[in-house]
Structures are given as C-alpha cells and as structure tokens.
Ligand binder design. Structure first.
Ligand SMILES: Nc1ncnc2c1ncn2[C@@H]1O[C@H](COP(=O)(O)OP(=O)(O)O)[C@@H](O)[C@H]1O
Ligand SMILES: CC(C)(COP(=O)(O)O)[C@@H](O)C(=O)NCCC(=O)O
Ligand SMILES: [K+]
Length: 279
C-alpha cells in the first residue's frame, strides 16, 4: 500500500492506495488545527510500503511525522516546491516559499489540462495560474470560508455553512446574523474567484480551464457560473505525478481526475468583467 498524506492547516488528510491495482482502499482526515499528534488515526503502517507527503504545517510537525514514518516505512517522499518540475516553471521569486499544496495542485492541473487556474478552497482559498507552455504566474491567497467567519467574532464561528446548501439560498440576503455572515462570506469567496479568474484571463489574453479542490470546493462550486471541474484528489494527484509508483501513475493516469472542464470563450469572460466594472 501507498500512504498519501496531505497535511493542511485545518485537516490532515490521508488515503491508502493499492500499488498493484492503483485503487484507493481507504481514506480519512484528522483535525490538526489545534495540535498534531503524530500517527493519530492514521492506518496500520505494517501494510504501507511507501509514503508521499505534501505538508504546509510547521517544519517541526513535518519533521516529527517523517521521523516516525521512517522508523516503519522504507520509502518516504516529502514534496517540496521547486523552481521547475514536470515542464512547469514556478512564478514565485523564491519558489521554495510557495505552499507545496499549491504546487502539487498546479502540477496536477497542468498534467490534466496543459494550462489552468487551480483553486484550493481550504483554510485559505488559494488561486494559481499556469499558462500553456508551463509558465506559472503566481497567484492569490485569501482567507477561507471558516477563517473569514471566525475573524468576525460575532458568535457564529461554530455554525458551519451547510456544504449541501443550494447556491441560490446562500446568495440571498441573510435575515439573521448567522445567515448574514454565512451568505456574506460565501458571496465574497465566490465573487473573488470569479473576478480573479476573469482579470487574469483578460490580462493574459487566454481563457483557462478552472479546477477546484479543498474542503469547501463543492459549496464554492455551486455558486460559480464559470464552467469548472471539482477534483477532490488534486493535491494527491500532484504527489502521483512527482513520485509515480503504480503502473497507472507511470502511464500518467491520475486518480479521480475529472474530465478537463470546458473553457468559456475569452470574449464571454471579458464581457462579464466589463459588466461587473460598469456597476
Ligand atoms: N467535515 C469537515 N471538517 C472540517 N472542515 C470541513 C469539513 N467539511 C468542510 N470543511 C471545510 O473545509 C475546510 C478545510 O478544508 P481543507 O481543504 O481540508 O483545508 P486545509 O488543507 O487548509 O487543512 C474547513 O476550513 C471548512 O471550512
Ligand atoms: C496559503 C496556505 C496557507 C494554504 O494552506 P491551506 O489552506 O491548504 O491549509 C499554504 O499554501 C501555505 O502555507 N503557503 C505558503 C505561503 C505561500 O504559498 O505563499
Ligand atoms: K488552500
């Protein structure tokens, strides 16, 4: 089995993948915002022959995790953001400082589409752009839905946005504090994704396929009118492209990859942008 780890600021996600069949056998998540207990709720390491890790936690957390894993598993790959990988050149002045979860998303997205906008709706909402030809432009970081809500300190932090809510309801004016806060931050996240996507496509003169991942991807997806695809395993897919271990991975087949989403005509993106500027 391969153990893939995606250690974020809120949740540490794991999945077990069968080396022979390339199937995902199990998966889970550990709440790691307040503290990280190495090994907590992580599956039996006896069956694991290789580990691949994407981590944006503190370096000491990663160090403890890797030390623990190396005692029991022969192969431990820790992904890093680099100036260049798999035909993509990193847009950051200091590539090592780009969150490695973002870099994994960019590499997976590029592999799938040959140029895209990748959005990760987690603790933060990050947006990254990579053009056909492999130039990563850099990106944007805004607080995620939960963080935005917590920052308001209106006593609404424990009332989560129902991930199954309909976008129409979430976009309507709220009629009490919880609704006003939830609908407000939802609107700001969806508008930001819309606007940033349109601005960058306009600037670069190309409409790009839009890909979403992260804990809030599904609910943000419902509010977006731009065609896009949700890819829950996008960060894991970056690990697969960097460290291919199964036959399917070596052949370039990424687990759970969606069909590349249709791309809107650039003129339509520009018209939407012009319209929002008129208001
Ligand atoms: N069951 C859940 N538990 C915790 N957070 C969830 C859950 N479902 C959706 N979320 C949302 O997903 C976010 C975490 O997404 P995730 O992509 O795992 O973040 P990160 O990579 O930053 O840890 C939370 O901030 C919350 O808004
Ligand atoms: C921006 C992030 C905090 C997002 O993390 P996440 O929401 O996935 O937990 C993470 O990618 C990170 O720590 N990045 C380093 C800073 C940067 O990318 O510029
Ligand atoms: K994120």
């Amino acid at each position: 089995m391969i153990l893939d780890l995606d250690i974020g600021n809120t949740l540490s996600k794991w999945r077990l993948k069968d080396v022979a069949s390339s199937e995902i056998r199990s998966r889970g998540a550990v709440w790691t915002r307040e503290e990280w207990r190495p090994g907590a709720d992580i599956p039996d390491l006896d069956v694991v022959e290789a580990v691949r890790i994407s981590s944006v936690a503190r370096e000491s957390v990663l160090h403890d995790t890797v030390t623990l894993l190396r005692r029991q598993v022969g192969v431990v790959h820790v992904a890093r953001s680099t100036p260049e990988a798999l035909g993509v050149s990193c847009g950051y002045d200091e590539p090592g400082r780009l969150g490695v979860d973002r870099w994994m998303g960019v590499l997976a997205g590029y592999q799938l589409t040959g140029g895209c906008c990748s959005v990760d709706c987690g603790s933060a909402i990050t947006m990254d752009f990579v053009l056909p030809g492999g130039r990563h432009l850099g990106g944007y970081i805004i607080p995620g839905l939960r963080l935005m809500k917590e920052s308001l300190k209106l006593g609404t932090r424990n009332v989560a946005i129902d991930p199954d809510s309909e976008a129409d309801e979430l976009l309507a004016p709220g009629r009490n504090t919880v609704e006003a806060v939830n609908h407000g931050i939802y609107m700001s996240a969806v508008s930001a994704v819309n606007r940033i996507y349109s601005e960058v496509c306009d600037r670069e003169g190309i409409a790009l396929p839009l890909l979403l991942t992260g804990g809030d991807a599904r609910v943000v997806s419902r509010g977006l009118r731009i065609p896009h695809a949700v890819w829950p395993d996008m960060v894991y897919a970056g690990l697969e492209t960097c460290y291919p271990l199964t036959a399917a991975e070596r052949a370039g087949r990424l687990a759970g990859a969606p069909l590349p989403p249709p791309v809107p005509p650039l003129e339509k993106v520009r018209a939407g942008l012009a319209f929002s500027m008129l208001l």
